[in-house]
Ligand binder design. Structure first.
Ligand code: ADP
Length: 384
């Protein structure tokens, strides 16, 4: 049977490269430099016993005592001894070459270590700089969102002031203008709200206040509040939530934000005449909610990215849909702050999307256990 030569038994490539290194070292002065290369002396010392032993044994076998004359005679009689006499030089050369190769390797190692230390230092410096910039960005985000919020609150206050007729009666044209101003102010308010949430998530100050919550009621309220956008696009809304669903441990305000965001997205990405369904089902220890639409759907390769901050599938400047790609990031954070909260999506382009989330039932927890879970859950400082 033919035996296969494996790389463990004989590595031809390694053999060739080692041989090349050795031959190159033979051509270098360092290989023969006794002062710089201690290996040469070591080799010579190893080689000296060879002629002594061979000539000594030859003399002993011939019954001759060792002297300069008998040694010379023996060498003349058997010139093969010349080869043994050369052994200290051969050993010196071989060991010297090995020393040269070893010195080269050491030098390469030192160089590599030095560059590694230098690169590490550069990386640490860059990291420090990035952290500083990150802190600056966090401060900037928090400062800008708060600074934008203040004048906007004033604008919204004056809109209400005008709507209430406190500045006198408004003409039909003024009403229309006021309505558009109000819609745009609300849109801005939502965007600023998302920026504030993002800055809180990034600084670790984002929190939810958990309590036993009836999500059926919250979902119904949100569906009603969005009646106008549904009607404007002739979208049919189906509330398929079961009448009796167990309470879940949740933050009612934040869950209202979750439903609003998912339903607003469903309206945004569903063409006129489509359908949006809100449903839920009870699982062992959790309740699962689903918001499905018959909209444009999401390509498979994008599904993993849509929860990333600022990510939008259509991010062209002249994109068709508004928003800034923060809604899903925020609601993912909200859901994950809840006990065992999880959110995911199933979708296919042209065949609509189904956003699912599940939360733990509060009914399972009693007395002390429930007390422990109720209250604030804060997110650690994180990069979303
Ligand atoms: P925004 O809607 O403000 O752009 P989101 O974080 O809410 O930001 O959504 C991120 C992206 O996910 C959207 O820009 C869109 O590309 C995709 N997306 C979200 N919901 C849907 C949906 N129901 N149908 C299709 N695509 C969606």
């Amino acid at each position: 049977m033919k035996r296969k030569i494996t790389s463990k038994m004989f590595d031809l490539k390694l053999f060739v490269s080692v041989s090349k290194e050795f031959l190159k070292a033979l051509l270098r002065g360092h290989t023969y430099n006794i002062r710089e290369n201690g290996y040469v002396i070591f080799g010579i010392l190893w080689g000296i016993p060879v002629p002594i032993v061979t000539i000594g044994m030859a003399l002993y076998c011939s019954g001759l005592s060792p002297s300069a004359e008998t040694v010379v005679n023996e060498i003349v009689k058997h010139p093969v001894h010349l080869f043994f006499l050369l052994h200290p030089f051969i050993f010196g050369t071989v060991f010297g070459a090995m020393g040269t190769v070893r010195d080269d390797k050491e030098r390469q190692k030192e160089k590599f270590e030095k560059s590694l230390i230098q690169n590490n230092k550069m990386l640490a410096d860059a990291n420090k700089k990035l952290q500083e910039l990150d802190g600056l960005k966090d401060n900037f985000l928090s400062m800008v969102s708060h600074e934008l919020k203040t004048p906007l609150t004033t604008i919204q206050g004056y809109i209400t002031f005008l709507k209430d007729g406190k500045a006198g009666d408004l003409s039909e044209g003024q009403w229309r203008a006021l309505k558009i101003t109000e819609e745009q102010a609300d849109y801005l308010n939502n965007l600023i709200g998302e920026l504030v949430d993002l800055s809180r998530i990034e600084s670790g100050e984002f929190s939810v206040k958990l309590e036993p919550t009836d999500l059926t009621r919250i979902a119904a309220k949100v569906i009603n509040s969005l009646a106008r956008p549904f009607a404007e696009k002739s979208i049919i809304t189906e509330n398929s939530l079961p009448e009796k669903l167990p309470l879940v441990l949740a933050d009612p305000k934040r869950m209202s934000q979750v439903f609003t965001n998912l339903l607003e997205n469903a309206v945004k990405f569903t063409p006129p005449g489509g359908k949006i369904t809100v449903s839920a089902c009870e699982k062992e220890e959790k309740v699962e909610f689903c918001i499905s639409d018959t909209g444009i759907g999401i390509p498979g390769e994008e599904i993993g990215k849509i929860f990333d901050r600022f990510y939008q599938i259509d991010s062209m400047v002249e994109r068709k849909y508004g928003g800034c790609g923060l809604g899903l990031t925020i609601i993912k954070n909200i859901i994950e702050l809840h006990k065992e909260g999880r959110i995911w999506v199933e979708s296919e382009p042209g065949r609509g999307s189904r956003f699912f989330f599940e939360l733990g039932k509060s009914g399972e927890l009693k007395g002390k256990e429930l007390e422990k879970e109720i209250g604030y859950q804060t997110k650690e400082r994180s990069k979303v």
